[in-house]
Design a protein around this ligand. Structure first.
Ligand code: PGA
Length: 255
């Protein structure tokens, strides 16, 4: 069995930090290299070019990614961005299926499959987000919901081949996102173990182990260490606490 994949600290800036703020953030960020860890920021589309340039300019060990991509390569889709456009500016990382995309922009498990398939085909590395609503947790439906969110991708031959390579997952309970209510280590660990069991069944032990499952939802420098110490949590997808260079660095220092 190969070594564990590196821990991933991924920031999700959401609709924060335009090109200027992105440049300033990266100018201030000091990020020493780490052997078994990777850092990444998913930034607004308009800030991708400036974030990428600043990352190179300051030689930061950091990947820059987009928060969304359309499944078609071009066409009459006003307001959308395509894979070839991202590739053209040097972006090869994309976040897909974030709960805010599902909640506010009508993304469904079906459209998430289309996007994931298309992005993988075009050579992107995809971080696919899943997670249950509070009402679903309270109705003891967490596991069926996670299964439903994953099953199409797990059954799709083209996607299947990329798990553990260019396809990784983020478990983000929706009730923990931006609320300050973080999942307990037990809740997070049990959801991660369930997701891993789905991966093992569909892909076998090796690919399941090679697939990173990040935890997201109110991660801060105060709770990150404890979450990371849980078996099966391979990193964090962080919103609020990724917006300041000091707290992003503090998270990095905990790995
Ligand atoms: P949060 O957001 O850390 O602000 O809760 C996480 C996310 O939405 O990815």
């Amino acid at each position: 069995m190969s070594a564990k994949p590196p821990i991933l600290l991924a920031g999700n800036w959401k609709m924060n930090h335009g090109p200027k703020a992105a440049r300033e953030f990266l100018q201030k960020l000091e990020l020493p290299e780490k052997e078994n860890a990777q850092a990444r920021l998913y930034v607004p589309t308009l800030s991708l070019t400036s974030a990428l340039a600043a990352t190179l300019e300051h030689s930061l060990p950091l990947q820059v990614g987009a928060q969304n991509v359309h499944h078609e390569k071009s066409g009459a889709f006003t307001g959308e961005i395509s894979g070839p456009m991202l590739s053209e500016i040097g972006i090869n990382q994309v976040l897909i299926g974030h709960s805010e995309r599902r909640q506010f922009f009508g993304e469904t498990n079906e459209s998430v499959l289309l996007k994931t398939k298309s992005a993988l085909e075009q050579g992107f590395e995809v971080l696919l987000c899943i997670g249950e609503l509070l009402s679903e947790r309270e109705a003891s439906k967490t596991e069926p919901v996670l299964r439903e969110q994953l099953i199409r991708v797990l059954e799709n031959q083209e996607c299947k081949a990329h798990f553990g390579g260019r396809l990784h997952l983020a478990y983000e309970p929706v009730w923990a996102i931006g609320t300050g209510v973080v999942a307990t280590p037990e809740q997070a660990q049990s959801a991660h173990a369930y997701v891993r069991s789905l991966l093992i069944t569909a892909l076998g032990q090796q690919k399941a182990q090679d697939t990173r499952i990040l935890y997201g939802g109110s991660v801060t420098p105060t709770n990150f260490k404890e979450l990371l110490s849980c078996p099966g949590i391979d990193g964090g997808l962080v919103g609020g606490a990724s917006l300041k260079p000091e707290s992003f660095r503090a998270l990095w220092d905990l790995i």
